[in-house]
Design a protein around this ligand. Structure first.
Ligand SMILES: [Zn+2]
Length: 208
């Protein structure tokens, strides 16, 4: 019985160059071989945006960094939020990932500054307290005279574990520790929470 080869079905193109491109693309998050193949064919077609994309990738790799003070994604370092005179240094919002800063900034109600942990405690995945920048968080609190920490982490097991850890770490200090009110979907990513829900969760933030 003859085998019919469909490139989306595990077969390969008769072009090692195209195969290499497909394999490279399919290593990107969220792309399987099928989507990678569609994109690769689009990129090698005549009216391809490939040259512009290569330039954009190179420029982004050169310019984009994490703010050395807060961890947000930025070009100038420290970032504009950390250096702005109009932001209140006494309020520090602790988030897990740089993308979590975006919904707050989009909603526009928060006038404090941020601290990005870059992850959440997860004993099962081997992420322990030593792996997260809690020492930098502590020095940030001292340097900026932070009076309130607002913990804005996902309502997942890892988010809860991390929130409790932060609370225990700083509970002896003269510091208000609060967390977003419920309203962030359980297990849901903070970055995808809509502005109204986020603002309400912030307004009704509560102590531990
Ligand atoms: Zn910053």
């Amino acid at each position: 019985m003859a085998h019919r080869h469909d490139p989306n079905d595990g077969g390969e193109f008769q072009s090692p160059a195209l195969e290499r491109l497909v394999r490279g693309l399919s290593r990107l998050p969220g792309l399987g071989r099928k989507s990678a193949t569609r994109i690769a064919l689009h990129l090698v077609a005549k009216e391809s945006p490939a040259a512009e994309l290569v330039e954009a990738v190179n420029e982004a790799r050169e310019q984009v960094r994490n703010c050395s003070r807060c961890g947000a994604i930025t070009e100038p370092d420290p970032c504009r939020i950390c250096t702005s005179e109009r932001r209140d240094p006494s309020q520090l919002c602790v988030v897990a990932s740089p993308v979590d800063v975006l919904p707050f900034e989009k909603a526009g109600f928060f006038r404090g500054r941020y601290f990005v942990l870059g992850g959440l405690l997860s004993p099962l995945d081997g992420v322990r307290a030593d792996d997260l920048p809690f020492d930098r968080l502590a020095s940030r609190i001292d340097e900026d005279g932070v009076a309130e920490i607002i913990i804005a982490l996902d309502a997942s097991v890892e988010g809860e574990t991390t929130a409790l850890y932060v609370q225990r770490l700083f509970e002896g200090r003269d510091l208000r520790l609060s967390r977003l009110a419920t309203g962030i979907p359980v297990g849901g990513a903070l970055a995808y929470t809509d502005e109204v829900t986020l603002q309400r969760a912030f307004q009704f933030r509560r102590g531990f």
